[in-house]
Design a protein around this ligand. Structure first.
Ligand code: NAD
Length: 256
Protein backbone atom coordinates (compact mmCIF):
# COMPACT_ATOMS: atom_id res chain seq x y z
CA UNK A 1 0.00 0.00 0.00
CA UNK A 2 1.37 3.43 -0.96
CA UNK A 3 -0.42 5.86 1.36
CA UNK A 4 1.64 8.89 0.30
CA UNK A 5 1.47 8.37 -3.47
CA UNK A 6 1.57 11.67 -5.35
CA UNK A 7 2.46 13.68 -2.25
CA UNK A 8 5.52 15.91 -1.95
CA UNK A 9 7.39 15.84 1.35
CA UNK A 10 10.24 17.83 2.90
CA UNK A 11 12.16 16.13 5.71
CA UNK A 12 14.57 18.39 7.59
CA UNK A 13 17.44 16.50 9.17
CA UNK A 14 16.60 13.78 6.65
CA UNK A 15 20.22 12.72 6.12
CA UNK A 16 20.60 10.80 9.38
CA UNK A 17 18.86 8.84 12.10
CA UNK A 18 15.10 9.30 12.51
CA UNK A 19 14.90 11.74 9.58
CA UNK A 20 16.66 9.29 7.24
CA UNK A 21 14.26 6.49 8.21
CA UNK A 22 11.34 8.84 7.54
CA UNK A 23 12.76 9.71 4.10
CA UNK A 24 13.17 6.04 3.24
CA UNK A 25 9.68 5.12 4.47
CA UNK A 26 8.00 8.04 2.68
CA UNK A 27 9.75 7.13 -0.60
CA UNK A 28 8.51 3.55 -0.19
CA UNK A 29 5.01 4.97 0.42
CA UNK A 30 5.16 6.72 -2.97
CA UNK A 31 5.97 10.31 -1.97
CA UNK A 32 8.47 12.56 -3.74
CA UNK A 33 10.86 13.53 -0.96
CA UNK A 34 13.36 16.36 -0.43
CA UNK A 35 16.06 15.74 2.15
CA UNK A 36 16.85 19.14 3.67
CA UNK A 37 20.00 18.89 5.75
CA UNK A 38 23.18 20.78 6.52
CA UNK A 39 25.18 17.59 5.87
CA UNK A 40 24.90 17.42 2.09
CA UNK A 41 27.36 14.51 1.68
CA UNK A 42 25.29 12.29 3.95
CA UNK A 43 22.07 13.45 2.28
CA UNK A 44 23.45 12.70 -1.19
CA UNK A 45 24.62 9.24 -0.20
CA UNK A 46 21.08 8.47 1.01
CA UNK A 47 19.70 9.75 -2.32
CA UNK A 48 22.09 7.44 -4.16
CA UNK A 49 21.03 4.46 -2.05
CA UNK A 50 17.31 5.14 -2.58
CA UNK A 51 17.73 5.72 -6.31
CA UNK A 52 18.66 2.06 -6.67
CA UNK A 53 14.87 1.87 -7.07
CA UNK A 54 14.32 3.65 -10.40
CA UNK A 55 10.83 4.75 -9.33
CA UNK A 56 12.14 6.66 -6.30
CA UNK A 57 11.71 10.43 -6.42
CA UNK A 58 14.17 11.95 -3.97
CA UNK A 59 16.53 14.93 -3.91
CA UNK A 60 19.06 16.34 -1.44
CA UNK A 61 19.22 20.05 -0.60
CA UNK A 62 21.89 21.62 1.58
CA UNK A 63 20.51 24.10 4.07
CA UNK A 64 20.66 25.22 7.68
CA UNK A 65 17.27 25.34 9.40
CA UNK A 66 18.35 28.33 11.51
CA UNK A 67 18.89 30.61 8.48
CA UNK A 68 15.66 32.06 7.12
CA UNK A 69 16.92 32.71 3.57
CA UNK A 70 18.24 29.14 3.25
CA UNK A 71 14.92 27.74 4.48
CA UNK A 72 12.92 29.84 2.00
CA UNK A 73 15.29 28.94 -0.87
CA UNK A 74 15.02 25.23 0.01
CA UNK A 75 11.19 25.25 0.03
CA UNK A 76 11.14 27.23 -3.24
CA UNK A 77 13.47 24.63 -4.82
CA UNK A 78 11.19 21.80 -3.69
CA UNK A 79 8.19 23.61 -5.16
CA UNK A 80 10.09 24.04 -8.42
CA UNK A 81 11.27 20.40 -8.55
CA UNK A 82 8.14 18.54 -7.41
CA UNK A 83 5.39 21.08 -6.56
CA UNK A 84 3.91 21.32 -3.07
CA UNK A 85 5.14 20.69 -0.52
CA UNK A 86 2.18 18.76 0.94
CA UNK A 87 4.11 17.37 3.90
CA UNK A 88 6.79 18.78 6.19
CA UNK A 89 8.60 16.76 8.83
CA UNK A 90 10.98 18.70 11.08
CA UNK A 91 13.54 16.22 12.34
CA UNK A 92 16.67 18.42 12.25
CA UNK A 93 17.83 18.66 15.83
CA UNK A 94 20.83 18.71 18.12
CA UNK A 95 21.20 17.32 21.61
CA UNK A 96 22.78 18.75 24.74
CA UNK A 97 23.23 17.02 28.08
CA UNK A 98 24.23 19.74 30.51
CA UNK A 99 22.90 20.91 33.88
CA UNK A 100 20.92 24.11 34.01
CA UNK A 101 23.61 25.90 36.07
CA UNK A 102 26.37 24.83 33.66
CA UNK A 103 24.61 25.65 30.38
CA UNK A 104 26.20 28.63 28.64
CA UNK A 105 24.25 31.36 26.88
CA UNK A 106 25.72 30.23 23.53
CA UNK A 107 24.75 26.59 24.11
CA UNK A 108 21.23 27.63 25.10
CA UNK A 109 20.86 29.82 22.02
CA UNK A 110 22.24 27.18 19.63
CA UNK A 111 19.93 24.42 20.88
CA UNK A 112 16.87 26.69 20.80
CA UNK A 113 17.85 27.97 17.34
CA UNK A 114 18.10 24.52 15.72
CA UNK A 115 15.36 22.63 17.58
CA UNK A 116 12.71 25.33 17.94
CA UNK A 117 13.44 28.32 15.67
CA UNK A 118 14.36 25.91 12.85
CA UNK A 119 10.91 24.30 13.06
CA UNK A 120 9.30 27.74 13.18
CA UNK A 121 11.10 28.91 10.03
CA UNK A 122 10.51 25.68 8.08
CA UNK A 123 6.89 25.46 9.27
CA UNK A 124 6.19 29.02 8.18
CA UNK A 125 7.78 28.65 4.72
CA UNK A 126 5.96 25.37 4.06
CA UNK A 127 2.62 26.36 5.60
CA UNK A 128 2.37 29.56 3.54
CA UNK A 129 2.28 27.35 0.44
CA UNK A 130 0.02 24.73 2.05
CA UNK A 131 -2.56 27.35 3.05
CA UNK A 132 -2.69 28.62 -0.55
CA UNK A 133 -3.40 25.10 -1.77
CA UNK A 134 -5.78 24.19 1.08
CA UNK A 135 -3.88 21.06 2.10
CA UNK A 136 -0.94 20.19 4.32
CA UNK A 137 0.48 17.85 6.92
CA UNK A 138 3.17 19.01 9.33
CA UNK A 139 4.86 16.62 11.75
CA UNK A 140 7.28 18.08 14.28
CA UNK A 141 9.74 15.70 15.91
CA UNK A 142 9.76 16.77 19.55
CA UNK A 143 10.96 14.49 22.37
CA UNK A 144 9.81 12.82 25.55
CA UNK A 145 12.27 15.22 27.18
CA UNK A 146 9.86 18.01 26.29
CA UNK A 147 7.16 16.74 28.64
CA UNK A 148 9.19 15.95 31.78
CA UNK A 149 11.67 17.79 33.97
CA UNK A 150 14.66 15.58 33.23
CA UNK A 151 17.83 16.76 35.01
CA UNK A 152 20.61 17.80 32.64
CA UNK A 153 18.36 18.74 29.75
CA UNK A 154 17.54 22.43 30.36
CA UNK A 155 18.09 23.73 26.84
CA UNK A 156 17.09 20.55 25.00
CA UNK A 157 13.91 19.98 27.03
CA UNK A 158 12.86 23.63 26.76
CA UNK A 159 13.35 23.53 22.97
CA UNK A 160 11.25 20.36 22.68
CA UNK A 161 8.50 21.63 25.03
CA UNK A 162 8.43 24.83 22.97
CA UNK A 163 8.00 22.71 19.85
CA UNK A 164 4.91 21.01 21.33
CA UNK A 165 3.45 24.41 22.14
CA UNK A 166 4.26 25.73 18.66
CA UNK A 167 2.60 22.61 17.19
CA UNK A 168 -0.62 23.35 19.08
CA UNK A 169 -0.73 27.02 18.04
CA UNK A 170 0.02 26.18 14.40
CA UNK A 171 -2.72 23.53 14.46
CA UNK A 172 -5.21 26.00 15.94
CA UNK A 173 -4.47 28.59 13.25
CA UNK A 174 -4.07 26.32 10.22
CA UNK A 175 -6.82 23.73 10.75
CA UNK A 176 -9.45 25.70 8.85
CA UNK A 177 -7.05 25.85 5.87
CA UNK A 178 -6.80 22.08 5.55
CA UNK A 179 -3.43 21.86 7.27
CA UNK A 180 -2.91 19.50 10.22
CA UNK A 181 0.02 19.91 12.60
CA UNK A 182 1.10 17.23 15.05
CA UNK A 183 4.14 16.37 17.14
CA UNK A 184 5.84 13.05 17.86
CA UNK A 185 7.64 12.55 21.16
CA UNK A 186 10.09 9.69 20.67
CA UNK A 187 11.59 8.02 23.70
CA UNK A 188 15.14 6.67 23.39
CA UNK A 189 15.72 5.62 19.78
CA UNK A 190 18.88 4.04 18.40
CA UNK A 191 20.46 6.71 16.18
CA UNK A 192 23.91 8.31 15.68
CA UNK A 193 22.81 11.03 18.13
CA UNK A 194 22.06 8.60 20.99
CA UNK A 195 25.03 6.36 20.15
CA UNK A 196 27.20 9.41 20.79
CA UNK A 197 25.34 10.87 23.78
CA UNK A 198 24.12 7.82 25.75
CA UNK A 199 26.73 6.05 27.87
CA UNK A 200 26.22 2.42 28.89
CA UNK A 201 24.88 3.61 32.25
CA UNK A 202 22.33 5.89 30.62
CA UNK A 203 21.23 3.11 28.28
CA UNK A 204 20.72 0.65 31.14
CA UNK A 205 18.77 3.21 33.18
CA UNK A 206 16.48 4.04 30.24
CA UNK A 207 15.84 0.42 29.30
CA UNK A 208 14.85 -0.30 32.91
CA UNK A 209 12.12 2.32 32.62
CA UNK A 210 10.75 1.35 29.21
CA UNK A 211 7.80 -1.10 29.49
CA UNK A 212 8.70 -2.62 26.08
CA UNK A 213 12.23 -3.13 27.46
CA UNK A 214 14.42 -1.79 24.64
CA UNK A 215 15.33 1.32 22.65
CA UNK A 216 13.05 2.04 19.71
CA UNK A 217 14.10 1.82 16.08
CA UNK A 218 14.06 4.71 13.64
CA UNK A 219 11.67 2.64 11.51
CA UNK A 220 9.13 2.67 14.36
CA UNK A 221 9.19 6.48 14.47
CA UNK A 222 8.95 6.63 10.67
CA UNK A 223 5.77 4.51 10.70
CA UNK A 224 4.13 6.96 13.13
CA UNK A 225 5.22 9.94 11.02
CA UNK A 226 3.83 8.31 7.86
CA UNK A 227 0.47 7.80 9.56
CA UNK A 228 0.26 11.44 10.69
CA UNK A 229 1.33 12.56 7.20
CA UNK A 230 -1.33 10.45 5.46
CA UNK A 231 -4.99 10.94 4.50
CA UNK A 232 -5.90 8.52 7.28
CA UNK A 233 -4.98 11.08 9.94
CA UNK A 234 -7.34 13.71 8.49
CA UNK A 235 -9.10 14.44 11.82
CA UNK A 236 -5.99 14.39 14.01
CA UNK A 237 -4.34 17.73 14.69
CA UNK A 238 -2.64 19.53 17.61
CA UNK A 239 -1.80 16.07 18.98
CA UNK A 240 1.39 14.71 20.49
CA UNK A 241 1.99 11.06 19.68
CA UNK A 242 4.32 9.21 22.05
CA UNK A 243 6.57 6.68 20.32
CA UNK A 244 8.46 5.61 23.40
CA UNK A 245 7.71 1.98 24.25
CA UNK A 246 5.48 3.27 27.07
CA UNK A 247 8.20 5.19 28.87
CA UNK A 248 6.07 8.29 29.50
CA UNK A 249 3.67 6.18 31.57
CA UNK A 250 6.41 5.09 33.96
CA UNK A 251 8.92 7.72 34.89
CA UNK A 252 11.16 9.49 32.42
CA UNK A 253 13.48 10.86 35.06
CA UNK A 254 16.89 9.29 35.24
CA UNK A 255 19.50 11.24 37.12
CA UNK A 256 22.75 10.33 35.34
P1 NAD B 1 20.79 12.65 14.10
O1 NAD B 1 21.92 13.42 14.67
O2 NAD B 1 21.02 11.25 13.66
O3 NAD B 1 20.16 13.46 12.87
C1 NAD B 1 19.94 14.84 12.94
C2 NAD B 1 20.07 15.41 11.53
O4 NAD B 1 19.79 16.82 11.62
C3 NAD B 1 21.49 15.29 10.95
O5 NAD B 1 21.41 14.79 9.62
C4 NAD B 1 22.03 16.71 10.97
O6 NAD B 1 22.95 16.98 9.92
C5 NAD B 1 20.75 17.52 10.83
N1 NAD B 1 20.88 18.87 11.35
C6 NAD B 1 21.35 19.24 12.57
N2 NAD B 1 21.37 20.58 12.67
C7 NAD B 1 20.90 21.07 11.49
C8 NAD B 1 20.70 22.38 10.97
N3 NAD B 1 20.99 23.47 11.70
N4 NAD B 1 20.18 22.52 9.73
C9 NAD B 1 19.91 21.43 8.97
N5 NAD B 1 20.11 20.16 9.40
C10 NAD B 1 20.58 19.99 10.64
O7 NAD B 1 19.63 12.74 15.21
P2 NAD B 1 18.34 11.81 15.49
O8 NAD B 1 18.64 11.00 16.69
O9 NAD B 1 17.87 11.16 14.26
O10 NAD B 1 17.30 12.91 15.95
C11 NAD B 1 16.37 13.46 15.04
C12 NAD B 1 15.35 14.26 15.82
O11 NAD B 1 14.67 13.42 16.76
C13 NAD B 1 15.98 15.39 16.64
O12 NAD B 1 15.15 16.52 16.58
C14 NAD B 1 16.02 14.82 18.04
O13 NAD B 1 16.01 15.82 19.01
C15 NAD B 1 14.75 13.98 18.05
N6 NAD B 1 14.74 12.91 19.04
C16 NAD B 1 15.66 11.90 18.97
C17 NAD B 1 15.60 10.89 19.93
C18 NAD B 1 16.57 9.74 19.89
O14 NAD B 1 16.53 8.94 20.83
N7 NAD B 1 17.42 9.62 18.90
C19 NAD B 1 14.64 10.91 20.95
C20 NAD B 1 13.74 11.96 20.98
C21 NAD B 1 13.79 12.94 20.01
Amino acid sequence: MQDLKGRVAVVTGGASGIGAAIVEHFVQQGAAVAIADRDIDLAESLVKKLQADAAAKVIALRMDVTIGQEVEAMVAQVEHAFGGPDILVTSAGIGLRKDFLETTFDEWNRVLAVNLTGAFLCGQAAARRMVKRGYGRIVNISSGAGVRGIPGRAAYAASKAGLISLTQVMAAELGSHGVTVNAITPGPIDTPLTQEMHTGAIRAAYVGRIPIGRYGSTREVAAAAAFLASEQASYITADTLQVDGGMAATNYIINI
